[in-house]
Ligand binder design. Structure first.
Ligand code: UD1
Ligand code: PEP
Length: 455
C-alpha cells in the first residue's frame, strides 16, 4: 500500500500529483528480532508543515530541502498546488514553490474544504494568506484525535493585529485590510498558533510583540527562514518575539532539521528491542532535553560526532529523582519535553527496571492506547486520562503479539515498537496514522533486520 505524490513538472493550479491513498492498511509484525544498523532521520514533519505554508508569503521562488515524504506533508504540498502555487520537484525531498498567482476562488470550493480538513497543519495557511491576500479561510482542521485542540490562540492573535474573525459553519474566516503591529500575550504557548500569528505579523505595519510565544525548533527554523526572506524578527528561540513589519518578502532556500520525534522514537525502539542502532546526523544541539529524558530511563547512548549510537542493552534501569522520588516524565512547552514523545517514553519504560509515572499534561486522550499494551502483558496502571504508571518488566517477561489498531501517530509507532519487541506475531490496523508522520517506516526498519509486512 503506497502513500505518495509524484510531480513530474511544475503545472499551476491543476492537480499535478497523483495521490495514492489506500484506506485501512495494516502492518503484520514478527516480533522478537534484534535490529542492527544505521537509521537516517527524515526531515521534521511539524517544521515542514510551517515552512510549506510560509511559501505563500512571497511571489518569488522558495526552495525547500529535506522535505519528508509522509502523508500529511504530501497532502499539504498537493493543496498548495491546487491553490495555484507552482510546485516543482527538484529531487527526492527537494521542491521549489512559486506562489506568484494564488487562486483565491479555489478557497471557496468543496475540494479545498475537504483537503484542508484532512490535516492539522493546514491551519497555518491562514496567517500567510491574511498577510499577503488580506483574507484566509480554513475548515475545522484534522490531525490527531488526542483531546480538545482549540484554536483560540490563533484567532485572538489575528484579532490583535486588526483582523476580523468569524465562523460561518463551514469555514473559520479571517479578513483584515491593513494589519497593524500590536503587543499580545498569547493565552497559551501554542506551536501552530505562534507560527500562524508570526506569519501574519511579518508584513503588518509597525511593531508586533508576541509574548508567551512557543519556541520549538520548528518555530526557530521558521523565524530564521522568514528573516532570510527579509522579515525582521528578533528574540528567535525565546518566548518573546519582536517583529518589525516589512512591506514584502523575497524568495529563499531552506533545509528542514531532522525530525526530533523520529529520533526519539528510534532511541526507544533500540532500547525495547535490544538493538544496536546508530541514528545518523541528528543535529544533537537542536534536540534539547530529549536525549536526557531517555538517559533517565537508563538507556545508554553515545554521541559520535552528530550521530547517536545506542548499544544493544539487556537491561536499563530507571533513575529516581535526587530525593529518591519516583521518576516522572511530563510534557511542557519547549524547552520542556515535547508531548509527542511521551507515548514513546511510555512504551520504552515497559521493559525497563523500575517505575515511571508518565504525565501527559497537554492532551487528555493520548494515553488510552495503554489498554493494548496491557493486553500484550505490560504492567501499566492508567491512573486517569492524563497519567499512567509503568512498572517496568525488566525483561522478566516478553510482551505477547496481538491484533490492535493505531489511534494516533505516536501511539501507532509506540504499538509498533511494542510489537517488534514482542514474542509472536502482531497486526496493527489503521497504519494510515503512522504513515502521516513516519516515512516508509516498514522499509527502513526491515533494512536493519525487522520483519514488518504491509498488508
Ligand atoms: C502540526 C503540529 O505542529 N502539531 C504539533 C503542535 O500542535 P498544536 O499547535 O495544535 O498544539 P498547541 O501547541 O496549540 O497545543 C497543544 C495542546 O496543549 C495545550 N497547551 C498548549 C500550550 C500550553 O502552554 N499549555 C497547554 O496546555 C493546548 O491547550 C492544546 O490542547 O504542537 C503540539 C504540542 O507540542 C504537538 O503535540 C503537535 O504535534
Ligand atoms: C499530534 C501530532 O500531529 P498533528 O498536530 O499533526 O495531529 C504529532 O505529530 O504528534
Amino acid at each position: 500500500m503506497l502513500y505518495g505524490i509524484h510531480c513530474t513538472e511544475a503545472v499551476k493550479g491543476v492537480v499535478h500529483y497523483s495521490l495514492y491513498i489506500s484506506k485501512m492498511a495494516s502492518f503484520k509484525i514478527t516480533g522478537g528480532r534484534k535490529l542492527q544498523g544505521e537509521l537516517v532521520p527524515q526531515g521534521a514533519k511539524n517544521e515542514a508543515l510551517q515552512i510549506l505554508c510560509a511559501v505563500l508569503l512571497t511571489k518569488e521562488p522558495v526552495t525547500i530541502h529535506n522535505i519528508p515524504n509522509i502523508r500529511d506533508v504530501n497532502q499539504l504540498i498537493d493543496l498548495l498546488g491546487d491553490m495555484g502555487v507552482w510546485v516543482t520537484k527538484l529531487k527526492e525531498g527537494s521542491y521549489r514553490f512559486v506562489a506568484s498567482d494564488v487562486n483565491l476562488e479555489y478557497l471557496d470550493t468543496p475540494a479545498y474544504k475537504s483537503k484542508a480538513a484532512a490535516l492539522r497543519g493546514s491551519v497555518m495557511l491562514l496567517g500567510p494568506m491574511l498577510a499577503r491576500y488580506k483574507q484566509g479561510r480554513i475548515p475545522r482542521p484534522g490531525g490527531d484525535k488526542i483531546g480538545r485542540r482549540r484554536l483560540d490562540t490563533h484567532f485572538l492573535g489575528f484579532e490583535k493585529l486588526g483582523a476580523k474573525f468569524h465562523y460561518d459553519g463551514d469555514f473559520y474566516r479571517v479578513e483584515g485590510e491593513a494589519l497593524k503591529g500590536a503587543y499580545m500575550l498569547l493565552d497559551e504557548a501554542s506551536v501552530t498558533g505562534t507560527a500562524n500569528v508570526l506569519m501574519a505579523a511579518v508584513m503588518a505595519e509597525g511593531t508586533t510583540t508576541i509574548y508567551n510565544a512557543a519556541c520549538e525548533p520548528y518555530l526557530q527554523q521558521l523565524s530564521k527562514m522568514l528573516n532570510r526572506m527579509g522579515a525582521k524578527i528578533a528574540g528567535v528561540g525565546s518566548n518573546l518575539l519582536t517583529i518589525e513589519g516589512v512591506s514584502e518578502l523575497q524568495g529563499t532556500e531552506h533545509t528542514m532539521l531532522p525530525d526530533m520525534i523520529e529520533i526519539g522514537s528510534f532511541i526507544g525502539l533500540a532500547a525495547m528491542t535490544q538493538s544496536e542502532i546508530t541514528i545518523k546526523n541528528c543535529q544533537i544541539p537542536e534536540l534539547g532535553i530529549i536525549p536526557d529524558v531517555f538517559k533517565r530511563l537508563g538507556i545508554q547512548m553515545e554521541f559520535r560526532g552528530d550521530d547517536i549510537h545506542i548499544p544493544s542493552q539487556e537491561l536499563y534501569e530507571v533513575e529516581t529523582f535526587l530525593d529518591g522520588g519516583m521518576m516522572t516524565v511530563a510534557d511542557s512547552p519547549w524547552p520542556g519535553f515535547t508531548p509527542d514523545l511521551l507515548s514513546i517514553v511510555l512504551v520504552t519504560a515497559i521493559q525497563a527496571s523500575g517505575t515511571v509515572l508518565i504525565h501527559q499534561k497537554m492532551f487528555e486522550s493520548r494515553l488510552f492506547f495503554v489498554d493494548k499494551l496491557i493486553e500484550m502483558g505490560a504492567q501499566i496502571i492508567l491512573c486517569d486520562p492524563h497519567r499512567a504508571t509503568v512498572v517496568g518488566l525488566g525483561r522478566h517477561q516478553q510482551l505477547r503479539g496481538i491484533r490492535m489498531s493505531s489511534p494516533d501517530i505516536r501511539a501507532g509507532v509506540s504499538l509498533l515498537i511494542a510489537a517488534l519487541s514482542a514474542s509472536g506475531t502482531s497486526i496493527i490496523d489503521n497504519i494510515e496514522q503512522i504513515d502521516r508522520g513516519y516515512q516508509h517506516i516498514d522499509t527502513r526498519l526491515n533494512a536493519i533486520g525487522a520483519e514488518i509486512t504491509r498488508l
